[in-house]
Design a protein around this ligand. Structure first.
Ligand code: TMP
Ligand code: MG
Length: 215
């Protein structure tokens, strides 16, 4: 008898502006999938633990300055360096829940003057394509109610508004499976929506090959 092909895991990404609750919801989703007996792991970008990630982290903490194109390419390189691991996990049947991905990469850099969406996308073309990207939608007014912004680079309401507009442009691309989640709901309602979309994506992905992003 031939070896049965193992059903692959799904690549699930959460995106959204600051304070939308991405990290909380990633943790809750991982916990729920674990409890239902599904193999799952969480990842986040930037992954600040690698050599490249440490350069990015110092930049975000304003401990160093980097030229804008350079830091964009470092964020992308930080994803590419984890691709072999991601592919291995997915092939083994593990679902990956990812806190930010290439969409943050494009939305944040293209919010800077002089950067177009298309240039920003190029370095990430061909990355593993998410089976599902959930955008946690929160109006700037709602975000303001959740308190002050942090001290890191990009954490200002003016910049975040531009980032939001860039995400909206990215969401017009029908080649990506976007789902908009109303992040102004309570934590448990948001979690319920996210879990439903995720279970559906896991079922569909297991019989499909992993795609290539923006290709
Ligand atoms: P974090 O707060 O989720 O750790 O994200 C760090 C910041 O980095 C956040 O402001 C979004 C930004 N970012 C980029 O500018 N480019 C990227 O590719 C990613 C993943 C995040
Ligand atoms: Mg942050």
């Amino acid at each position: 008898p031939g070896v049965m092909a193992c059903k692959r895991g799904a690549l699930i990404v959460l995106e959204g502006v600051d304070k939308a609750g991405k990290t909380t919801q990633c943790n809750k989703l991982v916990q729920a999938l674990q409890q239902s007996g599904r193999p799952v792991e969480m990842m986040r970008f930037p992954d600040r633990t690698t050599t490249i990630g440490k350069l990015i982290s110092a930049y975000l903490e304003k401990k160093s300055d980097l030229e804008d194109h350079t830091v964009h390419l470092l964020f992308s390189a930080n994803r590419w360096e984890l691709v072999p691991l991601m592919k291995k996990k997915l092939e083994q049947g593990t679902t990956l829940v990812v806190d930010r991905y290439a969409f943050s990469g494009v939305a944040f850099t293209s919010a800077k003057p002089g950067f177009c969406l298309d240039w920003c996308k190029q370095p990430d073309v061909g990355l593993p394509k998410p089976d599902l990207v959930m955008f946690l939608q929160l109006s700037p007014a709602e975000a303001a109610l959740r308190g002050q912004f942090g001290e890191e680079r990009y954490e200002t309401s003016v910049f975040q508004r531009t980032v939001q507009q860039k995400f909206e442009q990215l969401m017009k691309d029908p080649s990506v499976n976007w789902q908009v989640i109303d992040a102004a709901q309570g934590v448990d309602e948001v979690h319920k929506d996210i879990t439903n979309y995720s279970l559906n994506a896991i079922n569909i992905a297991q019989n499909l090959p992993l795609g290539e992003l923006w290709k």
